[in-house]
Design a protein around this ligand. Structure first.
Ligand code: UDP
Length: 452
């Protein structure tokens, strides 16, 4: 390994959804392993405040810098989808450049490596300007990564003029994607508006990522062997360095609503935990269907639901409930609790990994982005959960899925499959495991001055 000297790594984070928190987790690990390297961590003030206050104590060689969120003074949101993201992204390249200059000036150290969220395809240019390697972090799983890397091929195969009637055709021409159907793909590949800002951003990302010095992600090679082989051939270095949660188990977070104490009183694998992540709220009719299903099934539950959505719950539901509705739950700890038997989720990658680590089968209600492909992997490849019938939350559909997982042989089998998946993941983060070896490569690449 090359010598680790007083290097300076610029970390460019995407401040929306759950992107910055996992990046901070791995940066903390790199910073602890390389105390002489300085990590300047760039995010919006809101994102930085939120993740630095809830993360484990950050090593002293990680310093947060705020970048502007791109929302002009006095701007009134018109309610366009991803409006905040577009505003941020439009000015992100120049704002990040400016913030990097401040960090260089303050520290007196030139930047020696650029680590950036994969969404920032323009990071390649910033790296070139600074004459440093560009190391890209993909926040989600390998399946969605393949979808973006192969966008041009998928479009060539299926055309872009609409795919009505072909939604169940599979992507069997791409390694590791034989179970994935067109309908599962993130929108903007062949479904939805291909010309939206977001679609164009992801398309560009898929085209330029193979030029990155390395691409790393919070997963392990063994979870996706075919795709691992394929993506290793596509990228200069393809480094699975997770699951972070197993590699360096994070400390418990506060539990202000007493979820864990309540779980202590429940029987093993009986409770349903419900959460749709940090961005999604299901439409009111689906919230009602979910509440009715939970009540009719008489399953004890913890439901993480933002306060503003409580108004959609059926009259008297909260009084009759055999469970808790809380605005935020200590999800990792909840999923690791033996009382939890099933997780109803939107299918974000962090939720999926936390559920696997906790050995909890999932019921997926996919909304956008990678949720669909994640759900397909869970249902058809790893067989550790199901996608909810007809793709939306209905009372009967949820009741059947709950019964399948909590009471039927199939649910038992899913828990056994989960044990196998967890065992593979544990080996990967063990002393000689693939993720441990990849982490060492990442450390060398990111913290070393010698990038030959
Ligand atoms: N989360 C949590 N408590 C909640 C809801 C979510 O701690 O009540 C955390 C969860 O543990 C996960 C993240 O929020 O780490 C959600 O990430 P994911 O990638 O699943 O979805 P996103 O927020 O990006 O839609």
């Amino acid at each position: 390994m090359s010598q680790l000297v007083d290097t300076h790594v610029a970390v460019l984070t995407f401040p929306h959804g759950t992107h910055a928190a996992p990046l901070l987790a791995i940066i903390d690990r790199l910073a602890s392993a390389s105390p002489k390297t300085l990590f300047s961590f760039f995010g919006t003030a809101q994102s930085n405040n939120s993740i630095f206050s809830t993360s484990q104590p950050t090593p002293p060689n990680v310093k947060a810098y705020s970048v502007d969120d791109g929302v002009p003074e006095g701007y009134v949101f018109v309610g366009k989808p991803q409006e905040d993201i577009e505003l941020f992204m439009e000015v992100a390249p120049q704002n990040l450049r400016k913030a990097m200059e401040v960090a260089v000036e303050e520290s007196g150290r030139k930047v020696s490596c650029l680590v950036a969220d994969a969404f920032f395809w323009f990071a390649k240019q910033i790296a070139v300007e600074n004459g440093v390697p560009w190391v890209s972090f993909w926040t989600a799983g390998a399946c969605s990564l393949s979808s973006h890397v192969y966008t041009d091929l998928i479009r060539e195969k299926f055309g872009v003029g609409g795919i009505v009637g072909r939604e169940d055709e599979t992507l069997n021409f791409i390694p590791g994607m034989s179970k994935v159907r067109i309908r599962d793909l993130p929108e903007g590949i062949v479904l939805g508006n291909l010309e939206s800002f977001f679609s164009r951003m992801l398309h560009r990302m898929g085209q330029v990522l193979p030029e990155a010095t390395a691409v790393f992600l919070n997963s392990c090679e063994e979870l996706d062997p075919d795709r691992t082989t394929d993506l290793k051939s596509k990228f200069k270095q393809y480094l699975n360095v997770g699951p972070f949660i197993l590699a360096t188990p994070p400390p418990s977070v506060p539990d202000p609503y007493g979820c864990l104490t309540w779980l202590d009183k429940q029987k093993p694998t009986t409770v349903v935990y419900i959460s749709f992540g940090s961005v999604v709220t299901p439409p009111p009719n689906e919230l009602v269907a979910l509440a009715e299903a939970v009540e009719a099934s008489q399953v004890p539950f913890i439901w993480s639901l933002r306060d503003k959505s409580r108004v959609h719950l059926p009259n008297g539901f909260l009084e009759r409930a055999n469970g808790m509705v809380v605005p935020w739950a200590p999800q990792r700890d909840v999923l690791a609790h033996g009382a939890v038997g099933v997780f109803i989720t939107h299918g974000g990658w962090n939720s999926l990994v936390e559920s696997i680590a906790g050995g909890v089968p999932m019921i997926f209600r996919p909304f956008f982005g990678d949720h669909g492909v994640n759900g397909r992997m869970v249902e058809d490849v790893w067989e550790i959960g199901v996608i909810v019938e007809s793709g939306v939350l209905t009372k009967n559909g949820i009741m059947r899925s709950l019964d399948l997982i909590l009471a039927q042989e199939k649910g038992k089998k899913m828990r056994e499959n989960l044990k196998e998946v967890v065992a593979l993941a544990q080996i990967s983060v063990g002393a000689n495991g693939s993720s441990t070896k990849n982490f060492k490569k990442l450390l060398d690449l990111v913290c070393s001055q010698n990038h030959a």
